[in-house]
Design a protein around this ligand. Sequence first.
Ligand code: CA
Length: 238
Amino acid sequence: MPKKILIIEDEIKINQLLVDYFQASQFETHSLYDGLSVIEWVKENTPDLILLDLMLPGKDGIDLCKEIRLFSNVPIIMITARRDDIDRILGLEIGADDYICKPFNPREVVTRVKVIFRRMSLIESQALESQNLKKSDLENIEELTSIKLDNEKYLASFNEHRLDLTPVEFRLLQTLYSIPGKVFSRDQLMNNLYQDNRIVTDRTVDSHIKNLRKKFQQVGCSDEIIYSVYGVGYKLEF
Ligand code: CA
């Protein structure tokens, strides 16, 4: 898609000169010759960049630039007939991106425009990069939280794969899953293990954990998710 350049310049020859050069560089152009219809046109056509002459019939470039900035961040290059004007406009902080003084070399104007577009695409790609980073972070989280428990049916799944768990294994996972990252002691885990308050040994918990890990591996979970914390117990960590 060619970039759309709006050229606002009341001197017809200069306007046409810019049109010729920009079109020769594969830009699309639209010309306006006074300040009156600018705001409306910009709102309706959203140009990619505006070349804006300072002295225009109807409404001058400074007012136009300020007005455009109220609703758009489109790059604006101001064109002035006097170098003094640049300092004056800079002082007003009207939000233009660049300034060009007449008489200008149209080739230089095209170059400046290309520089602005390059800068913009750089900023965009950096923004996209950080967006992608966030997206992949999210995907990881999704992947990591892919353990699902159905406490009523005693069903557990990992990445939509059903884990074939015994009731004891399910309760063990349920406890660990209730607070991911928290280290549960063997005693805490045992308390939830058997509903009939059966006395179990530490070794029992360990062997159930071993089986639980094996069952996660069977459904394709390659990472360790149930960690042993030496001397304390176990935790489930995503
Ligand atoms: Ca003018």
